[in-house]
Design a protein around this ligand. Structure first.
Ligand code: PNS
Length: 165
């Protein structure tokens, strides 16, 4: 491994991955030598997709990016970072509504380990209203979400709601 090899992690529940997530993954992967995508379970959210489904969808959507590694772990994000020599956590902010939550998380992580920096990517305006939760809700009520998620996610959602899976 080269000396200044820079690793970052973009962690989330990705239930499912959206075009907004994918855009941040693409942008962050251009800045770091290695970008790990951490697929975690958020205890405050009940997921629609199983862990394996979420991982497989991310794998499929990111297969053309060669410095991506999809990982998972239990416990604190900062502990995983320390054990794996990762010094940067990537997060996205869509609007001022996200800011408070993201600042709280960044500062908690800083308190837990001051060597780990959070870098926040502003979401592109065209993705700023997309969230995994809103995509699932709109889809459940028959709304159009084709432009909001990668096509593989759209297909998987359609199969799920038709009871094919
Ligand atoms: O996609 P989400 O739900 O916003 O992701 C939140 C996530 C999973 C990144 C966050 O809950 C997290 O980092 N969990 C790992 C446990 C941890 O380190 N918690 C302290 C964060 S302040």
């Amino acid at each position: 491994m080269k000396k200044n090899y820079r690793k970052a992690i973009f962690a989330g529940s990705f239930d499912p991955i959206t075009n907004g997530h994918l855009d941040i993954i693409i942008r962050a992967s251009k800045i770091f030598d290695e970008l790990q995508v951490g697929v975690l379970s958020n205890p405050n959210k009940k997921s629609l997709f199983t862990f394996d489904e979420r991982v497989n969808l991310i794998k499929e959507c990111t297969k053309s990016i060669n410095n991506i590694k999809i990982v998972s772990f239990d416990g604190l994000l900062v502990s995983y970072c320390k054990e794996n020599n990762i010094d940067t956590v990537i997060r996205g902010i869509r609007s001022s509504l996200d800011t408070e939550y993201e600042l709280q998380m960044a500062n908690m992580n800083r308190k837990l380990n001051p060597d780990i920096e959070t870098i926040i990517f502003p979401t592109k305006p065209e993705y700023s209203f997309i969230s995994s939760s809103s995509v699932k809700e709109v889809f459940a009520f028959g709304g159009e979400i084709r432009d909001l998620v990668p096509s593989i996610v759209f297909e998987k959602l359609s199969k799920k709601t038709k009871g094919c899976e």
